[in-house]
Design a protein around this ligand. Structure first.
Ligand code: ADP
Length: 160
């Protein structure tokens, strides 16, 4: 591409492969980070999308949830961190993502994800790609972190 060739640059921008990685991220764990980092080897840009109800959570609570994720990726321009309240496929379209990426830890995750992926594809044509959790992260979950925190245990090794 010649320097200053805007049409070629536009074409390159249009073909940028962007993936939405939705989740509650309450909180964002080393398991989530592993999925994001692996997706970055496949996509040009990754949007970490925190699905959170505006009716149930204040703006401060939403900001608190996003803060550590933004901090983690502050130096990586290939990653954006957003929140959304609504359909995941709408968030994907709003952020120019043609693919949704989700992690799978076990058969329970798969059974939960299967109908969502099918409905999302029917609604929008957006495909969901599943990444199988690495063995070392298979038992990591946000709910485990919340439980341990509740009982005053150290969770630093589960958070990125
Ligand atoms: P949700 O409430 O949408 O399931 P989570 O924040 O719990 O949101 O999870 C977001 C995504 O990350 C899901 O696809 C989930 O399966 C995946 N995930 C969660 N923990 C892990 C992990 N330890 N390894 C791989 N994927 C994970």
């Amino acid at each position: 591409m010649a320097i200053g060739d805007t049409s070629a640059r536009q074409c390159q921008a249009d073909s940028e492969r962007r993936a939405l990685i939705p989740g509650s991220y309450d909180p964002f764990t080393i398991g989530h980070k592993s999925i994001v980092d692996r997706a970055l080897s496949m996509f040009d840009h990754v949007v970490i999308a925190c699905g959170i109800s505006l009716a149930k959570h204040s703006a401060d609570e939403i900001a608190e949830r996003l803060k550590p994720i933004r901090q983690l990726y502050r130096d990586d321009s290939r990653v954006s961190v957003i929140s959304y309240d609504g359909l995941t496929v709408d968030a994907a379209a709003d952020h120019g993502c043609s693919v949704i990426v989700r992690g799978l830890r076990n058969a329970i995750d798969l059974e939960y994800e299967r109908p969502m992926a099918e409905v999302n594809r029917q609604l929008s044509g957006i495909e969901t790609i599943f990444l199988i959790a690495l063995p070392e992260y298979q038992s990591v979950s946000s709910s485990l972190v919340r439980e341990l925190r509740h009982y005053g245990r150290d969770v630093a090794n589960l958070l990125p």
